[in-house]
Unconditional design. Structure first.
Length: 1254
């Protein structure tokens, strides 16, 4: 039954039946943990990898000793960084030591290596003043992968790939004749036995003795042309370096440099995966031993001949140091070879972790180390082990790995070892911020290493200092490139707190080193059984990225190797107890266990399953098993889904496709003026808001001593005051409004971690994306056809769905070739009324209301000057600069925008603000708009039930309930059955019951209210148990024929607002070549009348309309100007001319050396004058009536005539108009030069050329 749960300051009744055994982790720890691990360990690892750098002669050595980043003293605070458009960063300082080997001289210095971007407490980075998120990448893990295929006759062929983190790939394959080949580094293939010979097993008997007699191995040996170690090496060298003279020495050094060198890197995860796959224990498990297996040290029998080896015995065999085992598979004896790694604790008398070893170690190296350490004390042995860490746990491949991988391939046809599924999450790992950064810095340091080596050779050894050798450019450039332009560094989606949180938890398979959108197959995108509890099967984009961009599940975490782990409760089947002990399992560990569902009924007294047989999961099957066979149990039903998906109530009653839309659309909800938390919630709302960073959290226990709209002051136990500043009306990345309001009052007792102020889209610390709305499912005069939404005017009047949007407009005053631009109130040809709201510097005052076309910042730019006459020179001498020509380039409110100026920021060089080169002053104006809900806005519920507002009906005309309450929204009932999102109907009924009872409830996903619960609540609330009611028509007052489902549903207003999309144009910019209007609102473009629309007019026979659309309304340059003039003067519209695109077509054909003539219907040639637009003089009329919209871009015409028209003074500065030539000044100069050249030519040739060729 229902019980109370406390969600911050809100008490909810919860329907949850399952006890929560594990608190949800911090939802953005994936970002924070990775970054802080990077600062602590990963950065050190990169410096250790590259250090020491030795010059070519070996006399100078440069070592990186240590580094520090002052996390507490960044250059600018977070607020300042945003305001000044700079990075939120702190200096990285590295201690560098230079050693001269000849003289023994040591110089040590601390070198500054650039400013390093810091992560904010919210898990974001501030780059150039904008908040960015580094998305985690899902990539194929380094390791050994085995796969199978079938040839034409159905014969099974096995192949393998050995994939490092960096370095050469090894690929094994089998042909139809059973011959084994290897490809090294994607080159031509050689027989696999040639590689074995190159590793030191030269003769055929040695190879057969090593790998065991197998028919495929024998067949390969017969075909193999090589017969010794040297020949094997040379054979490989010939394939790798064709055309170079092969010698045994060069071949050996090639093999070493390819595999057994620091250029080959497995990374920790690669070594872990190699040991997991190639270890002998994994391969002999569940097989029959052919011989008795004896412990080599103690002589204890570990397995009898004929005994099946279980997983415990297999582990004992491996850790005893036995690396070769013969198995009996049917009639065959098969030899299995491991890669010689053992658990260190079985060979040492102390805990190996004390020596820094927490992985399996290479046994021959360990034995050699122990031999060297004879007679040493335990501490000395620990120090020796530490110093040999990379030999004991090599980061590159070793011959033992290669032999083990070949042995694995040979064992595959006998069923020893299994093939790998590349889409399994055990074989895909996460690269988070830290690792992505580490890889980028490694690139920078590798470039730096080259520079240092070169400088060591050039510098005088005696005077060389570390700082002179190091050029930090490559490192800072690598960091800058990563944050600025990497595919994984993204502009944060800040539409609402949920969007922000989801963005930080996103997993992308795209990006450098990842997949390609075009080449990604269905298999990669599909939901896999290993996603359970790790990646959300619901939340992914629709469209080309589907399945490539995913979201982390609620309880999932990422382990040290980058694999996603899911938490489970351990089930002790011996004691018949389901423990509260939590174990985190990776996907490949989980494959070995049977896992019960979280909603399996449990007896709370005995802590055991109620039923003898339970439903459980094993690999990709859902099975029914005996209770005692279960190994683990889910911790929570919502561990399956992501944060956004877990906020959909009755998710279990929705179709998956609609649930996907629901979780994606919640992220697009616009923060409303008056947020309201849902009546029907899921219990995730508080946690999501708390971790998103949008609300203000108390850092200490204490009592509120003051609380205002701007700040909250909390006094702690010892009397210290803590001041919390609130964010007021700031612009988010998406132009929504960020504003915090206190929810505590003076005297309130506060605990650490409590929410003390609400942010955008939160109420009482819970996420509140929309409003609870009274909704009826019925048709109304066809206004809700095709998912359209009919709403009441009351929603507009009461500002129920009103939101605030803040736009930023910026203008720069630069130095031009003709002199500096000036921000001023003194603008040519502008009346005083247009300047009324500007201050004395020409900048709009905060609080002013502006409309499109109004001046925000007055600015003038010097015009090109002609040669001055004597009179002008005199005037210039008398009156000084003022007589100079300037043109108006003021910042104006763009077409279709407007609002209240909320803030103005001025940046100048004098105030030491960082401005880009050539900029003297920059002004930013912030304009806030209050947008009420209007026709054309998109709205949605949480179940993927989206629609567009079709009509706003007066409140009195809306259908009303028997008590006179009018509905607020009417939805189409046909939107439910075919979409199969029944969750919205259950939410509707539960919502109205709770509203009547005056309670708010939580119904968690997969563990919420049942149909019976809802019926009981409806009856308790005094409503009919079917949730339907009689409705009356607001216009006539008569009852509708049938009873209607009416209730409260949580409804959202989405970011697709009609104000941002509506657009109209009379004239505007044209494309340069075709002279057709540009497209799109951003370019102030026209509407495309496409091929199919032309067919429609042709079908109607509307010849004149069609002609005018193809000519004067598009690219008949002369015609459109004359038509415009005729319309303005009220004359008849002149006949259409030749479209520009037709002239372009002719020119194109002529450029192919075709002689093209245009003929009339009487076969007479028509001469198309290409310069007929010379006689067009543009007229000073602007239909749009907007100063900032050019009536049209002037056509080539008499340039001088244009000077008389203010309209075109600034035509080359049409904003967002990429198609039109920017640099018209230089074009004019070019034409002048051409004129002079032609004049000279005509003088010499005595020709009469028209001078006015412009």
């Amino acid at each position: 039954m229902m019980h109370d749960v406390q969600m911050g300051r809100q008490t909810r009744k919860s329907f949850s039946r399952i006890r929560e055994v594990l608190d949800m982790p911090d939802l953005i720890e994936i970002q924070k943990n990775s970054y802080y691990r990077f600062l602590k360990e990963d950065l050190r690892e990169v410096f250790d990898d590259i250090s020491p750098i030795t010059d070519y002669s070996g006399k100078l050595v440069l070592e990186f000793v240590d580094y520090r980043i002052d996390l507490d003293s960044p250059k600018y605070s977070m607020e300042e960084s945003k305001e000044r458009d700079v990075n939120f960063a702190a200096p990285l300082r590295v201690t560098v030591r230079l050693i001269n080997k000849e003289t023994g001289e040591v110089k040590q210095q601390e070198v500054f290596m650039g400013d390093f971007p810091l992560m904010t407490p919210q898990g974001t980075f501030i780059i150039n003043g904008a908040e960015r998120v580094i998305v985690s990448q899902l990539v194929r893990s380094p390791g050994v992968y085995f796969s199978e295929s079938f040839d034409k006759v159905g014969k099974q062929l096995f192949s393998a790939q050995v994939i490092p983190n960096r370095g050469a790939w090894l690929e094994y394959e089998t042909d139809s004749n059973g011959i084994l080949y290897v490809k090294i580094d994607r080159q031509r293939k050689v027989h696999i036995t040639a590689l074995v010979r190159a590793l030191g097993y030269g003769s055929n008997p040695q190879i057969l003795d090593l790998l065991g007699d197998d028919e495929r191995l024998s067949a390969t040996l017969q075909k193999d042309p090589t017969h010794s170690e040297a020949e094997g090496l040379i054979e490989i060298y010939k394939r790798q370096r064709p055309g170079e003279p092969p010698t045994e020495e060069s071949a050996r050094s090639l093999l070493n440099s390819l595999f057994f060198d620091k250029r080959y890197d497995l990374a920790r995860v690669g070594r872990y995966k190699f040991n997991k796959k190639l270890a002998i224990r994994a391969r002999i498990r569940n097989h029959v031993a052919a011989d008795t297996i004896v412990h080599p040290v103690t002589g204890e029998i570990l397995a009898e001949a004929g005994q099946t080896i279980d997983r415990f015995v297999a582990g004992d065999i491996q850790n005893a140091g036995i690396n070769e085992v013969w198995l009996q598979v049917g009639e065959n004896r098969v030899k299995v070879i491991g890669n010689n790694f053992v658990r260190a604790s079985d060979w040492l008398e102390f805990d190996p972790r004390e020596a820094g070893i927490n992985e399996d170690v290479h046994l021959p190296t360990l034995k050699a180390t122990l031999k060297d350490a004879e007679g040493m004390s335990q501490d000395e042995l620990k120090a020796l082990l530490k110093s040999r860490y990379y030999d004991l746990i090599p980061r590159h491949i070793i011959p033992d790995d290669m032999i083990a991988s070949i042995s694995h391939l040979i064992g595959m046809p006998y069923g020893i070892g299994r093939t790998d599924d590349i889409d399994h999450l055990g074989n895909r790992r996460i690269r988070s911020v830290g690792e992505l950064l580490q890889n980028q810095i490694r690139v920078g340091l590798t470039r730096l290493e080259r520079v240092v080596r070169e400088r060591m050779g050039l510098q005088d050894m005696d005077v060389a200092m570390p700082s002179n050798l190091i050029n930090i450019r490559p490192v800072t450039a690598a960091i800058k490139e990563f944050f600025g332009s990497s595919q994984l560094s993204q502009f944060m989606d800040q539409t609402n707190p949920l969007a922000e949180l989801t963005h930080k938890r996103r997993l992308s398979a795209l990006g450098p080193g990842g997949l390609n959108r075009e080449r990604a197959t269905f298999d990669v995108r599909d939901v896999h059984f290993s996603h359970y509890g790790r990646m959300c099967p619901i939340e992914t984009p629709e469209g080309p990225n589907i399945g490539l961009i995913n979201s982390l599940s609620t309880y999932a975490r990422i382990n040290e190797y980058g694999f996603i782990e899911a938490p489970y409760r351990r089930v002790d089947s011996k004691k018949h107890v389901i423990t509260d002990e939590i174990e985190y399992l990776t996907a490949d560990e989980e494959d070995n266990f049977i896992v019960a569902q979280a909603n399996e009924p449990i007896n709370e007294d005995t802590h055991w399953f109620m039923k003898d047989r339970v439903i459980a999961r094993l690999l990709d099957q859902i099975i029914e098993v005996k209770a005692v066979e279960v190994d683990y149990m889910d911790v929570s039903p919502k561990q399956l889904v992501s944060v956004a998906t877990s906020m959909i109530p009755f998710l279990e009653n929705d179709d998956a496709n609609r649930a996907l839309m629901g979780s994606n659309m919640q992220r697009q909800a616009v923060p409303l003026l008056i947020p309201e938390s849902p009546i029907v919630a899921t219990g995730m709302e508080y946690k999501a808001a708390h971790d998103s960073g949008i609300v203000l959290i108390a850092r200490e226990d204490g009592v509120v001593s003051r609380a205002s709209a701007k700040a909250i002051v909390i006094t702690d136990k010892i009397g210290v005051e803590h001041v919390y500043k609130l964010t007021k009306f700031q612009r988010s990345n998406q132009g929504t409004c960020l504003n915090q309001r206190p929810i505590v009052k003076r005297g309130d007792i506060i605990a650490k971690g409590d929410v003390i102020a609400d942010g955008a889209s939160t109420e009482n610390g819970e996420i509140a994306l929309g409003r609870n709305i009274l909704i009826g499912f019925m048709t109304w005069e066809g206004y809700n056809y095709e998912d359209a939404v009919l709403i009441s005017e009351k929603l507009v009047k009461d500002d129920v769905f009103t939101s605030i949007h803040i736009e930023e407009h910026e203008v720069e005053a630069r130095d031009t070739k003709l002199g500096p631009e000036e921000i001023t109130r003194d603008i040519p040809n502008i009346g005083e009324d247009a300047l009324a709201q500007l201050d004395e510097n020409g900048i709009i005052r905060p609080g002013a209301e502006v409309r499109s076309g109004d001046i925000l910042v007055g600015k003038v730019t010097p015009k090109g000057e002609t040669e001055l006459t004597a009179e002008e020179r005199l005037l210039r001498a008398i009156f000084g600069e003022k007589a100079r020509d300037v043109r108006d380039t003021s910042l104006r409110v763009p077409h279709g925008e407007g609002g209240i100026v909320v803030d103005v920021k001025i940046f100048t060089r004098e105030h030491k603000d960082e401005l880009s080169p050539g900029v003297n002053q920059m002004v930013r104006v912030y304009i806030a708009q209050k947008r009420k809900i209007s026709v054309g806005d998109k709205m949605a519920g949480r179940h993927g039930n989206k629609g567009v507002i079709s009509r706003i009906l007066p409140e009195e005309d809306m259908p009303f309930l028997p008590d006179g309450t009018p509905l607020q929204i009417v939805l189409n009932p046909l939107g439910v059955p075919s979409r199969m999102n029944i969750g919205q109907v259950l939410e509707l009924h539960l919502g109205v019951a709770c509203k009547n009872l005056g309670i708010k409830i939580a119904t968690p996903v997969f563990d919420g209210a049942t149909e019976q619960d809802i019926k009981d609540l409806l009856v308790k609330a005094g409503l009919d148990s079917d949730g339907k009611t009689v409705l009356y028509d607001g216009r006539s007052g008569e009852a509708f024929e049938n009873r209607v489902s009416v209730g409260y549903m949580y409804y959202l207003k989405l970011a697709h607002l009609v104000d941002d999309k509506i657009h109209a144009r009379s004239t505007g910019p044209y494309s340069l070549v075709t002279q057709q209007p540009l497209g799109g609102k951003a370019q102030f473009g026209g509407q495309r009348f496409g091929e199919m629309e032309v067919w429609a007019l042709e079908a109607y026979g509307a010849a004149y309309t069609l002609q005018e659309i193809l000519t004067v309304k598009s690219d008949d340059v002369v015609g459109r100007v004359k038509t415009y003039e005729a319309i303005v003067k009220g004359d008849n519209v002149p006949p259409a001319g030749v479209p520009e695109s037709f002239k372009v077509l002719i020119k194109e054909l002529q450029s192919l050396a075709l002689d093209i003539k245009v003929l009339s219907d009487t076969r007479d040639e028509i001469f198309i004058n290409e310069d007929d637009d010379d006689d067009v003089v543009p007229i000073d009329v602007n239909l749009a009536g907007l100063e900032d919209v050019p009536a049209f871009v002037p056509l080539s015409g008499e340039g001088d005539d244009l000077e008389d028209f203010d309209e075109f003074d600034d035509f080359e500065d049409v904003e967002d108009e990429p198609a039109v030539s920017e640099d018209l000044e230089s074009a004019d100069e070019a034409l002048d030069v051409l004129d002079e050249d032609l004049a000279e030519l005509s003088d010499t040739l005595d020709l009469d050329i028209d001078k006015d060729i412009e």
